[in-house]
Design a protein around this ligand. Structure first.
Ligand SMILES: Cc1cc2nc3c(=O)[nH]c(=O)nc-3n(C[C@H](O)[C@H](O)[C@H](O)COP(=O)(O)O)c2cc1C
Length: 352
């Protein structure tokens, strides 16, 4: 069976869809002794293919978003999306755009799996759901070690039963989307388990290699999760301000300015941007819409996209999804290779 490759530095640059993950970031993380991940989410299969043509010589991973099981009550779902669209009409007017078409697509996942079978990355991870038997078989054809993102002991158990080779154990602190397999709506943070509780609980139930993620930014954080039984730490937010990351200028500026002593923003978990719980810096949009946003991913992602794009282009952080983990204010701004090397040194100094 394929396995998660051993790393000189137990640090993985986490997949970050929507721009931040780039081939340059993946190459820099790999060349410094860690490992990078490309994010297949939202990309077309052709765009993913092009990113993989540009790939690193070092082992790397690719993440895919898997669509959730179909909603049995489609009429209610459509009505909820329409009601949310009506709520957002003033935002579209404010930014001079039309709301997007709330499509319920599957992110072209089968086409992307076919692309991966040609490029043969070392690791493929999946997020949001576990694959059908047919998709699992297709993923196996890529030859990669298959890793499932899990947020609970139950999700970990089902992923292990399906035959996954490793688990990406995502704690409540993580930036971006929560990988929870079923989102029942209601409180967006319900059931979220802090990594310090989740990692040992999952470790106690499986011998699979675990990658621990959520709120980790320095070498002491990495050493702590390795001591708790992870083969590596998966860091997302820590890499967002690296020059190799494709993070937008507006997102970078918000992270930077919020990290100072003045005007520090809270992070909140919200469905307001995409319809799935995700952790972001609080802004006007999260305050205004989090309570009304229905659990309808990816329809809300497509619906809000033009507003978010217009806000980003205008340098306005108040209607943009500013994904960030709870530890974002401790993150630094340095080249990814230097970051990985420093994390390795700090981790060794901490006794690992
Ligand atoms: C901007 C951003 C985008 C993300 N996109 C993805 C993604 O495409 N796929 C995924 O599995 N996780 C995604 N995540 C979650 C990360 O892979 C990782 O689990 C998380 O960043 C770890 O927490 P941290 O941000 O506190 O380091 C994203 C996180 C951020 C901050």
């Amino acid at each position: 069976m394929p396995t998660v490759p051993p790393l000189d530095v137990p640090v993985i640059a986490a997949p970050m869809a929507g721009g931040p993950s780039t081939p340059a970031l993946v190459a820099a993380a790999g060349e410094a002794g860690g490992m990078g991940f490309l994010a297949g989410g939202y990309l077309s299969a052709a765009a993913l293919d092009a990113q993989l043509d540009d790939r690193s010589a070092r082992p790397y991973g690719v993440n895919l978003f898997l669509p959730a099981a179909p909603d049995p009550d489609l009429a209610a779902r459509r009505a909820a999306v329409a009601a949310y669209a009506a709520r957002l009409a003033p935002e579209a007017a404010r930014y001079g755009v039309e709301l997007g078409e709330p499509r319920a697509d599957d992110d072209a996942v089968d086409e992307k799996i076919a692309v991966l079978a040609r490029h043969r990355p070392a690791v493929v991870s999946v997020t949001f759901a576990l694959p059908s038997a047919a998709r699992y078989a297709a993923l196996r054809e890529t030859g990669a070690a298959l890793v499932a993102t899990v947020t609970s002991v139950d999700e970990a158990r089902v992923a292990q039963e399906q035959g996954f080779d490793g688990l990406w154990v995502q704690g409540a602190e993580a930036g971006g989307h929560r990988g929870v397999h079923h989102d029942p709506g209601g409180d967006a943070e319900q059931g979220a388990v802090p990594l310090a509780d989740l990692l040992p609980a999952v470790r106690a139930t499986t011998d699979l290699p675990l990658i621990a993620a959520g709120g980790l930014v320095d070498g002491a954080d990495v050493a702590r999760v390795v001591a708790a039984g992870a083969v590596a730490a998966g860091l997302g937010t820590a890499f967002l301000r690296c020059p190799e990351a494709g993070t937008s200028a507006t997102h970078r500026a918000a992270l930077r300015s919020s990290s100072g002593t003045d005007g520090v923003r809270e992070t909140v978990v919200t469905r307001a941007f995409t319809g799935r719980p995700a952790r972001a810096l609080a802004n006007r949009f999260t305050a205004a819409y989090s309570a009304d946003a229905p659990p309808c991913y990816p329809e809300l992602h497509h619906l809000t996209r033009p507003v978010r794009a217009a806000a980003s282009s205008a340098g306005d952080p108040e209607a943009l999804h500013l994904w960030a983990g709870t530890a974002y204010a401790r993150a630094t701004e340095e080249p990814a290779g230097e970051l990985v090397a420093r994390l390795g040194r700090e981790c060794r100094d901490a006794g690992r």
